[in-house]
Design a protein. Structure first.
Length: 442
């Protein structure tokens, strides 16, 4: 299934009514516009991108495109390596990073498919959190309202898609960093099943890192997944899933949909809850079966969340000692806390995580789709700290595929709906998400 946007571009490229170079120039023009660009880009190499677009134009003229996405413009979160571009991890401590010598696996697959890669999108520092006191030059604005946060940590990737700087973007998601900003910016974010998209070179986020995509439609997300997904020997956790383009169909009327507004977490904004409730009513009125479920007991989630602490320490391994003072103190405090976590405590928390995985695996024996709000809150102002990612982080621990689709607004601010599916059933989840999104928009 190819989205209308990609099919429209393909048709224009075939006919010559639009070339990949012209399409790229439109995107670069938006990147240069200080109002439009939302400060989403950390690095842009226009000359290299034009060279890629010219090569794509030649292939289309000769009738030999490399793939469905040949000539499509894709931005990359600045924690993923792109050959010839520095990887700065959104940190002042990494400002002098040298250009990467090679692409990470996912970027290499995009390049092999003919995607045009103009640059790197901004991220929260080491993909951890946004600082209220952050340098304005590093702060990404929400395209919906520049006074509000786009979420994170794939903030630049989501903003770049929403602002029309690119057709799609790659992000990483270890606690909700693709789905959260998708919700805040009113676009689609998809976190595949853990291991479906190889994370190589390896990430300090260990068993939680998912490489996902931000797009304007669910169909676009599936198209990108077809390119970047699949086994690679450099990621020990990747395995040869059935390919995303294998024949799969979903009968929406037969979907077993479960829902819960908060998964047991307190603090959901009443306005977000109302958008969520309205979404469930819409799906029921359309004839879909939606049943409120009892979420699995997550045990001591505050303790479970400490599994992330060692990853903070590993993230700082990239920083030279003399530059440690440039790192967010919040991150260094977490890293320092690792020394107070005993090996026995860590092992017990790992066992708790495995038990959480089992509980959610059992839940999906009777469900095809679980629906929750993506975030408990609406986008926060840039000068306000926000406590987010509770409803998303659970599924980084369990590894299930999860998507965020636009569900409505509170005032003018977007609210997303999170859809979660069984392990390895990424395509079925995306097909279900596309149908549900159409119902919500009708």
């Amino acid at each position: 299934m190819i989205s209308e946007m990609i099919e429209h571009l393909r048709s224009q490229y075939r006919s010559g009514s639009l070339t990949p170079v012209q399409h790229l120039q439109t995107k670069l023009s938006r990147m240069r516009d200080e109002i439009v660009n939302c400060n989403a880009m950390a690095f842009v190499d226009a000359d290299a991108a034009i060279g890629q677009a010219e090569a794509s134009a030649c292939r289309w003229r000769d009738g030999t495109p490399l793939s469905d996405i040949d000539g499509i413009v894709v931005c990359i979160k600045d924690v993923l390596d792109v050959e010839g571009m520095p990887t700065r991890y959104g940190s002042a401590a990494m400002a002098e990073s040298e250009p990467a010598n090679s692409d990470c696996v996912a970027v290499g697959r995009l390049r092999k498919a003919g995607a045009v890669i103009p640059g790197k999108a901004r991220t929260w520092e080491f993909a951890w959190r946004a600082r209220v006191d952050r340098d304005p030059g590093e702060t990404v604005h929400n395209p919906v309202d520049r006074h509000y946060s786009p979420g994170g940590s794939s903030s630049g990737s989501a903003a770049a898609v929403a602002a029309g700087l690119c057709d799609a973007a790659l992000g990483t998601d270890s606690g909700g960093s693709v789905r959260g900003p998708a919700s805040f910016c009113g676009v689609v974010g998809f976190k595949p099943t853990f291991g479906r998209v190889p994370a190589s070179p390896g990430s300090p986020m260990l068993g939680y890192e998912h490489i996902g995509m931000l797009t304007n439609s669910v169909e676009d997300a599936r198209t990108v997944l077809e390119i970047v997904g699949g086994y690679h020997p450099d990621d020990p956790w990747s395995w040869p899933f059935a390919r995303p383009d294998d024949p799969v169909s979903v009968n929406p009327k037969l979907l077993r949909i479960g829902y819960h507004a908060d998964l047991g977490f307190e603090g959901i904004d009443p306005a977000v809850r109302e958008v969520f409730s309205k979404s469930i009513r819409t799906l029921r009125q359309a004839g879909l079966s939606c049943e409120r479920i009892s979420p699995p007991d997550m045990g001591n989630f505050e303790l479970l969340d400490r599994l992330y602490d060692p990853s903070a320490a590993l993230s700082l391994d990239k920083v030279r000692e003399k530059r440690r003072d440039r790192v967010d103190p919040f991150l260094t405090e977490i890293a320092d806390r690792v020394g107070r976590l005993s090996a026995e405590q860590y092992a017990r928390i790992r066992l708790q995580k495995l038990d959480l995985c089992r509980r959610y695996n059992r839940l999906f024996e009777n469900l095809d789709v679980l629906i929750t709000p993506t975030q408990r809150v609406v986008p926060n102002r840039l000068d306000e700290q926000s406590d987010i990612m509770f409803l998303t982080r659970v599924f980084n621990m369990t590894g299930q595929p999860a998507a965020s689709i636009p569900a409505g607004h509170v005032g003018h601010l977007p609210v997303g709906l999170q859809l979660v599916g069984p392990m390895g059933r990424d395509v079925e989840l995306l097909l279900s998400a596309e149908h549900i999104r159409r119902l919500l928009e009708s």
